[in-house]
Design a protein around this ligand. Structure first.
Ligand SMILES: Cc1cc2nc3c(=O)[nH]c(=O)nc-3n(C[C@H](O)[C@H](O)[C@H](O)COP(=O)(O)O)c2cc1C
Length: 241
């Protein structure tokens, strides 16, 4: 008798999630404290194998990931920590993540993020030393056993960045379906000059972000970041008829 809990996705046989997609999506949060339980290469391969079914315009699949663990990840972390401590102002991302002047309601939301995030860590908003210490944890992938560095071909246009975002979200959701937590991290993009030689990233690839993957140190942590209600961002039309 075939096992009802298994489904074939591409070339991979994976156990069907017992939790619904909604539950997995709403339960995913940015994890910033991992334990060092290893995540085997096979698991990462399964995650990527499922995530690659993300949609992309004209199916061009504009993603590339460097999957790091062990000594290679440690070497990357050491190099980035050193740069963060000694020369952080000399490094700039090749793309701009945030608008210089955030309009409302985004400015208010970013301020709320700062209050919640640093408040939960007991870091005062003005304490730049403690904030830099927290930022530094990004470069150790928050202690996660696996770190991804995600790149995109710089010759592609903004539409392909949409595709890339869908792929990265897929990675995080597939990981969550396997009981693994993750954190997407744009902080890696500013250190592309260090990452490029370390990982042999070709010149045409732009470093977009990192993703830490592993098991959370604290299981079942409460969601910290709220979301705007649906009526704040959705405009419905035609349903009344
Ligand atoms: C593309 C992207 C880049 C991010 N970069 C960072 C980062 O560099 N460091 C970090 O700690 N969190 C980073 N985050 C996590 C966000 O702060 C987090 O997703 C947001 O506050 C909402 O919280 P939640 O994911 O727990 O719901 C990033 C999220 C995204 C989507």
């Amino acid at each position: 008798m075939s096992a009802p809990e298994e489904a074939v996705t591409g070339e991979t046989v994976v156990p069907l999630a017992h939790r619904s997609i909604d539950e997995i999506m709403m339960g995913r949060t940015a994890c910033r404290e991992f334990c060092d339980d290893p995540v085997p290469r096979r698991t990462v391969e399964q995650i990527l194998s499922a995530a690659r079914f993300a949609p992309s315009g004209a199916n061009i699949q504009p993603w590339h990931v460097y999957v790091l663990t062990g000594a290679v990840k440690d070497r990357v972390s050491a190099a980035l920590l050193e740069a963060h401590q000694t020369s952080r102002d000399e490094h700039v991302s090749e793309y701009k993540y945030y608008a210089s002047d955030l309009p409302e309601p985004y400015l208010r939301r970013r301020q709320q993020f700062g209050q919640l995030f640093y408040g939960a860590l007991g870091i005062a908003q003005a304490d730049s030393v403690a904030r830099a210490r927290q930022t530094a944890k990004n470069y150790t992938f928050f202690g996660a056993p696996v770190g991804l560095i995600v790149t995109i071909d710089r010759r592609l246009e903004v539409g392909s960045w949409l595709d890339l975002g869908m792929f990265v979200q897929n990675v995080m959701l597939v990981a969550a379906g396997r009981g693994l937590q993750s954190c997407p991290q744009e902080t890696f993009s500013k250190y592309h000059r260090i990452l490029r030689p370390l990982l042999s990233i070709p010149a045409e690839q732009m470093v977009v972000c990192g993703v830490s993957i592993g098991r959370a140190r604290v299981v079942g942590a409460e969601r910290l970041m709220p979301r705007a209600d649906v009526d704040e961002f959705a405009t419905f039309a035609g349903f009344e008829a």
